[in-house]
Design a protein around this ligand. Structure first.
Ligand SMILES: [Zn+2]
Ligand SMILES: [Zn+2]
Length: 350
């Protein structure tokens, strides 16, 4: 299905800083915890510097389209994590099935990334016309997956969505949604009752909390199943398995190594999985090692998962490079997994 030979890997353009708010800390007491590491793995030659600057600029990336289906397209809207890398927008994906979009996770920047592939801005995915975004699925409430949520609610409405956004997510999504709408109350009021033409439906949100494993959404295009994943002490973190007329796509969400992913990704066409560099991990302090081991999945661990699940393709996202290059990530995985793996980049289409 995927032509691995079409891939052209670029070197030395990863980045990594990891400002993380530790789970469970009271910010009023301790402030925001950050860790300093690593600077760019820059080669000394100026030509490489220029290449890296160009390739790390999201507007300069060559568009990569690996898809060979006219029915189902998986779009990586953002492959990032809490680090505000200009090359990695906030964590978000879109499944577009028969030109109907389904958003997965709401990292910052998702609406502009989606717009980039819509016809209005030169793309050719009609389903990503912003006002068409009406259904969205959330894996968990971490901010790197939700700071784009106000944008997801409001911008498609401003662009003409005339029905409520349907959101499916973990327990707590209803509260978060209510707080966001309250925070933007004045904007909503002004658009509704000022001079601006606006409908009174598109800013509304219908929340559906996912409370148990299994199918949580189904229509003519897609069946969506949720399965619990281990993500530190988060009580509600989900991975998703989507079945469309011609694809099965599994999305890990944020997770430490999980038997559930092996189970749900077995035989899938695509496994989109988060990952961190093993070499980068080895350079971390013991406390950060402990944190990441409980919350995320290393290249070596992912190789083991992929070997057992045997999906058609593994796509890496939510990538923590920590100074490693794309090639080094792939080398770490290929040491014990010989299937197809692609280091996902923003706006990749599968
Ligand atoms: Zn995350
Ligand atoms: Zn998370």
């Amino acid at each position: 299905m995927f032509d691995i030979d079409r891939l052209e890997m670029k070197e030395g353009c990863s980045d990594s800083v990891w400002p993380v708010i530790k789970s469970g800390l009271n910010l009023r007491d301790v402030g925001i915890m950050t860790e300093r590491h690593y600077i760019y793995p820059m080669r000394s030659k100026s030509v490489t510097l220029l290449l890296c600057i160009l390739l790390s600029h999201p507007g300069v990336y060559a568009q990569r389209d690996f898809s060979d289906s006219e029915v189902t397209k998986l779009v990586l809207l953002g492959t990032g994590n809490p680090n505000p890398s200009p090359a990695q927008s906030g964590c978000a994906l879109a499944l577009v099935v028969n030109d109907v979009p389904y958003v997965v996770d709401f990292g910052p920047g998702l609406i502009r990334r989606a717009a980039a592939l819509s016809p209005r801005y030169g793309g050719d995915i009609e389903g990503l016309t912003i006002k068409n975004i009406k259904r969205a699925f959330l894996t968990h409430l971490h901010s790197d997956h939700t700071t784009g949520y106000p944008d997801l609610i409001l911008t498609p409405w401003v662009m003409g969505r005339d029905e409520p956004l349907e959101v499916y997510g973990p327990a707590g999504i209803t509260d978060m949604t209510g707080h966001i709408l309250e925070a933007y109350r004045e904007d909503i009021r002004y658009r509704l009752y000022g001079a601006e033409p606006a409908n009174d439906a598109g800013w509304r949100v219908n929340c559906h909390e996912i409370l148990e494993e299994g199918i949580f959404y189904q229509d003519a295009n897609i069946r969506a199943e949720a399965f619990p994943v281990p993500h530190g002490t988060w009580p509600n973190a989900w991975g998703f398995r989507f079945s469309t007329p011609d694809r099965v796509i599994v999305i890990s969400g944020d997770t430490a190594p999980s038997e559930k992913i092996v189970e749900y990704a077995s035989g899938a066409d695509i496994l989109v999985h988060e990952v961190y560099s093993h070499a980068g991990y080895e350079r971390k302090s013991e406390s950060w090692k402990s944190y990441h081991a409980e919350h995320h999945t290393s290249t070596l661990e992912l190789a083991g998962i992929a070997r057992r699940a045997d999906p058609g393709l593994v796509v890496l996202y939510h990538i923590l490079f920590w100074g490693s290059t794309e090639e080094e990530l792939l080398d770490e995985i290929s040491g014990s997994y010989d299937g197809k793996v692609i280091v996902g980049r923003d706006l990749d289409i599968f």
